[in-house]
Design a protein around this ligand. Structure first.
Ligand SMILES: NC(=O)c1ccc[n+]([C@@H]2O[C@H](COP(=O)([O-])OP(=O)(O)OC[C@H]3O[C@@H](n4cnc5c(N)ncnc54)[C@H](O)[C@@H]3O)[C@@H](O)[C@H]2O)c1
Length: 327
C-alpha cells in the first residue's frame, strides 16, 4: 500500500515508517517538525514539512502519492501541557485530525489508523482495562483524542467506504533494537527515557511521584509496550480495516510494572545506581493502569514479542548510550 505517515518524524511514527518499509509498503511522511526530527526519517522516504492545519497541502500530498491509507501519529502528547493550554490541544489534535480527514475526503482516501491513547478511559472502572470500559477522559489531551475517535465513528457511519481503527496505546517504550532510532522528546516526561537520562548523568535525579498508592510497593503501576510491537499492531490493523466501521483496540502487554520495578530494571540493565527523590502524588494519576489486549490478539492475531520490561529497557538503553543528547 501507499501509506502517508503523519507525525513520522516523531518517536513512534519513525519506528512505524521503518516497519512499513520493511514490509514492502511505499511510505510518505508529513510532519511540522515541531517535536519531530528530520534525521529520524530515512533519506529515501519522501518528506514534506507540513502542518496538519494546512488542508490543501495535505490533499496535494495524498493525491500526488496516490495514498491508500493514512497512519496518523501527529499530535501534542503532554497531559500537563494540555491542562494548561487546552485550546492548543483541541486545535492541534482534534482540529488537525479534522483537517486530515477533510483532505482525505477531497482526495478519496478511505483508510485511517489513529494513534489513540489509554487516556481516553480516564480513571479506570476495572483493571485490566478492556475496550468496553467507559471512555471518560479526565484531561484535555485524552478528550482531544476521544473526540477524534467519535468523529471517525461518525465518518464511518456517513461513508460506507471509510474504514478506521483507533489504537489505544498504554505506555510506549523502547527503541529499534539496532539503536539507530529512538525516543528524543524535549521535554522528556516518560519514565523509562527519563530514568536512562538520569543514569547517563543528563539529569541530576528522578522524582517518584507518590509512594503511598494502594499497590505492593506504594508506587504507580503501568503497562509498558515496546514501540516495535506497537508498530506491528498498526500494520496488522491497517491490513484488517473494514469499510464503514471504526474499530478500537487496546495496545499493552497486559501486565503492569510499578515505578520502583522499572527503576530496578533500569539499574539492572545499566549497571548504574540511579539517583532518585521522593515527591508527592501528581493530580490525576490513577494507582494502577494496565490493558486487556485480548481483543486485538483474538481478532488480528497480534502478540507482543516483548513481554517483560527488562528487554524493553535494554533497547532504550542502547539508543541512549549511542545518542545521549538525542538526534
Ligand atoms: N508515547 C506514548 O507513550 C504514547 C502513548 C499514547 C498515545 N500516544 C500517541 O502516539 C502518537 C505519537 O506519539 P510520540 O510519542 O511519537 O510523539 P512525538 O511528539 O514524538 O511525535 C509526534 C509527531 O507529530 C508531529 N506533529 C505534532 N503536531 C503536528 C501538526 N499539527 N502538524 C504536523 N506534525 C505535527 C510532531 O512534530 C512529532 O514529530 C501521538 O498521537 C500520541 O498522542 C503516544
Amino acid at each position: 500500500m501507499n501509506v502517508l505517515v503523519a507525525g513520522g518524524a516523531g518517536y513512534i511514527g519513525s519506528h512505524a515508517v521503518r516497519q512499513l518499509l520493511a514490509a514492502g509498503h511505499r511510505v510518505v511522511v508529513v510532519d511540522n517538525l515541531f517535536r519531530g526530527h528530520r534525521e529520524a526519517v530515512p533519506a529515501e522516504v519522501p518528506f514534506q514539512q507540513i502542518d496538519l492545519a494546512d488542508t490543501p497541502a495535505l490533499a496535494d500530498v495524498l493525491a500526488r502519492h496516490a495514498i491508500d491509507c493514512v497512519m496518523h501519529f501527529a499530535a501534542l502528547t503532554y497531559v500537563g501541557e494540555s491542562v494548561e493550554q487546552p485550546l492548543w490541544y483541541y486545535t492541534n489534535n482534534t482540529g488537525g485530525s479534522i483537517s486530515m480527514l477533510r483532505a482525505m475526503a477531497q482526495s478519496g482516501v478511505k483508510r485511517f489508523v489513529l494513534s489513540s491513547t489509554a487516556a481516553v478511559y480516564g480513571e479506570p472502572v476495572e483493571i485490566p482495562i478492556t475496550e468496553s470500559c467507559p471512555c471518560q477522559p479526565i484531561n484535555p489531551y485524552g478528550r482531544s483524542k476521544q473526540m477524534v475517535e467519535r468523529i471517525l465513528a461518525d465518518q464511518a457511519a456517513a461513508d460506507p467506504q471509510f474504514a478506521a481503527v483507533a489504537l489505544r496505546y498504554f505506555n510506549v517504550a523502547g527503541a529499534a533494537p539496532d539503536g539507530a532510532i529512538g525516543e528524543d522528546h524535549k521535554p522528556e516526561t516518560h519514565l523509562i527515557p527519563a530514568i536512562l537520562q538520569a543514569a547517563l548523568g543528563r539529569r541530576e535525579r528522578l522524582t517518584i511521584f507518590g509512594d503511598d498508592y494502594p499497590t505492593p510497593d506504594g508506587t504507580c503501576i503501568r503497562d509498558y509496550i515496546h514501540v516495535d510491537d506497537l508498530c506491528a499492531a498498526h500494520l496488522a490493523a491497517m491490513e484488517a480495516l473494514r469499510p464503514g466501521e471504526l474499530q478500537a483496540y487496546n495496545l499493552g502487554i497486559g501486565r503492569g510494572y510499578s515505578v520502583r520495578e522499572v527503576f530496578r530494571a533500569a539499574e539492572q540493565v545499566t549497571g548504574r545506581a540511579i539517583p532518585v527523590a521522593m515527591g508527592p502524588r501528581r493530580a490525576g494519576d490513577p494507582a494502577v493502569l494496565f490493558a486487556d489486549s485480548q481483543k486485538i490478539q483474538r481478532e488480528l492475531g497480534w502478540k507482543p514479542r516483548y513481554t517483560d520490561v527488562v528487554p524493553i529497557v535494554e533497547t532504550a538503553w542502547k539508543w541512549f548510550q549511542a545518542h545521549p543528547d538525542g538526534y
